[in-house]
Design a protein around this ligand. Structure first.
Ligand code: PLP
Length: 350
């Protein structure tokens, strides 16, 4: 990611090898390119934003960072903070994917599980940060996460030969990736790095169980309303009231794109379709985007000849518990621990 350091904050990077993720052409749809963000450290695109945010926090001498998270941002913050020698305080819903809980604990962060959603986590961070001396790295409340995420825009254009695609599909929770990519397009045009052409249609994808931006888009509103009782297995999309909703809506409209919502059943169907036909186990968020592609081809909004980039924002393997539950799969057998370790008997005489 830091190959773009000329357009990133001037700082010694805290890096774990994020960015420059594969752009995979679909085996079935010649116009569809999948941007595979699963290969990032901590298995999601959240690594990009946390790499810049934590690098700058280190530069400014901050010692304690806090963030509410739907899950993957927490894992990334925990990893990058450890790499920088900074303490991380992360707040996530109690029912986050197990992988997100595990990585918070394994990376040594201070993990608080909250009975509620990311909005409740954000409230707790806000209430306690001054007294605890935490710096709040919530989405869009500090300026540097968006800088890291904008590199997705630079990368996709570079990987397509410095040309815009016709559309970009982005699974949208807080929307920072979409906002960052739009910023990247603006910068690249000013720098003369992109061949002049029409900017891509930005397609923001949400889950029907939490679709505040889709509902606002449909209603022609400028901002979203709090989405009550948010529930979807696409955990990263459970953001009931995105802080930058008005920016997402503005960008989508300016680009000639749209906002879609897909039900969990449709998302799971697309996830299994991509596993079985492309050899890629997408995150539920990424599968929402592939389902959205199918939908927009079926409705004629896009044509199969259009060149589009679909973001798989995270690794399906981070969601083993959630996907298994959605599929009704149970672990074939409980792991039985031997009563006595066999090691002595194998390596040495009993
Ligand atoms: C895998 C995944 N995809 C998409 C999102 C949504 O990202 P954003 O908040 O930038 O819209 C998240 C957020 O947690 C996520 O973890």
């Amino acid at each position: 990611m830091w190959r773009y350091s000329a357009v990133l904050p001037d700082v010694e990077p805290v890096t774990l090898g994020e960015g420059w993720t594969p752009m995979l052409q679909s085996r079935r749809y010649s116009g569809l390119y999948l941007k595979e963000e699963a290969t990032n450290p901590t298995g999601s695109f959240k690594a990009r934003g946390m790499s810049t945010a934590v690098s700058m926090a280190k530069k400014y001498g901050l010692k304690k960072l806090a963030a509410p998270s739907a899950g993957n941002a927490a894992g990334a913050l925990a990893a990058y903070s450890t790499a920088a020698g900074i303490e991380a305080y992360i707040f996530m819903p109690r029912d986050v994917p197990m992988a997100n809980y595990l990585e918070g604990v394994a990376y040594g962060a201070h993990v608080t599980l909250v009975d509620g959603l990311i909005s409740d986590c954000a409230r707790l961070v806000g209430e306690r940060k001054d007294q605890e001396g935490w710096f709040d790295v919530s989405t869009l409340k500090e300026p540097f996460r968006v800088e890291g995420k904008k590199t997705m825009g630079y990368e996709l254009v570079e990987q397509l030969g410095w040309e815009y695609p016709d559309a970009v599909f982005y699974p949208t929770g807080g929307g920072v990736g979409l906002i960052g990519m739009w910023k990247a397009f603006e910068e690249m045009e000013a720098l003369g790095w992109v061949r002049p052409g029409k900017r891509p249609k930005m397609i923001a994808v949400q889950a029907s169980g939490c679709a505040p931006v889709a509902r606002a888009y449909e209603a022609g509103e400028q901002a979203s309303r709090f989405f009550e009782n948010a529930a979807t297995f696409a955990a990263g999309l459970r953001v009931p009231k995105p802080y930058g909703d008005y920016l997402i809506l503005e960008i989508v409209r300016e680009s000639g794109g749209t906002v879609l919502e897909l039900g969990d059943e449709t998302i799971l169907k697309s996830l299994l379709d991509w596993s079985r036909n492309e050899g890629l186990l997408l995150s539920p968020e990424g599968a929402a985007a592939t389902a959205a592609y199918d939908h927009l081809i079926a409705t004629g909004f896009l044509s199969p000849a259009d060149r589009v980039v679909v973001f798989n924002t995270g690794a399906g393997l981070k969601y083993v518990d959630m996907i298994a539950e959605a599929m009704g799969l149970k672990r074939p057998a409980e792991k039985k621990l031997p009563e006595r370790s066999p090691v002595g008997g194998i390596i040495t005489p009993v």
